[in-house]
Design a protein around this ligand. Sequence first.
Ligand code: CTP
Ligand code: CA
Length: 227
Amino acid sequence: TYNVFREKTLEGQNVLVTAGPTYEPIDPVRFIGNHSSGKMGFALARALYQQGAAVHLVTGPTSQSVNCAHIKVTHVTTAKEMYEACVKDFSNTNIAVLSAAVADYRPAEVATEKIKKTAGELSLQLVKTDDVLKSLGSLKQPGQLLVGFALETENEMEFANQKLVAKNADLIILNSLRNKNAGFGIDTNQVTILDKQGVVFESDVKQKEEIAIDIVNTIIQKLYGEA
Ligand code: CTP
Ligand code: CA
């Protein structure tokens, strides 16, 4: 469902996109995951390709397909695999858009055999995963543009701005979960985009494909508007 006639606005730009959830294994049959559908990230990959970019999509497990043979797709499962794929590619990346819902914690140990039910309760020790956005932020060189997302349920602007600063991102796309027509598992979304100076774009509630186009236009503005 993409247009065969591509724009040239992002021609020559290598873009890295992350999408979907990550799954952190507990034992051979169980994992810790989340409800991210990957829709936003896949829509972004297509919208960036449509503007002429060379797109590398690194995605966790989703039911999405990119429907475009020219978008390079790397399938990963865990946060560690996503981190490794992204760090490996980053020196060759002009723009990184990290929309994945990366698990923040993983089990400290993965049981080699299926954990059996016993009479008592079960506790799992969880340790922090690598933060892909923060890591890329510390590797970022002049000329590289780093775009992150923020999912918040309270103090949205304040927390989103804190993420922008803490992770050395150039833009943060704030996903509000306040609106019942926005976010996880549904086709519509509503975003507010901020940079260091403040709000640069605010969308209506609309289809994720439309939101992706708005986000790409904001990225283009940031890239060329300040030159
Ligand atoms: N992110 C990442 N790697 C992680 C966690 C998050 O790359 N291990 C990225 C997400 O892809 C997103 C941004 O960081 O672009 C913010 O993710 P979010 O979950 O909103 O924030 P966290 O920093 O994980 O903080 P918290 O979940 O506690 O709000
Ligand atoms: Ca998180």
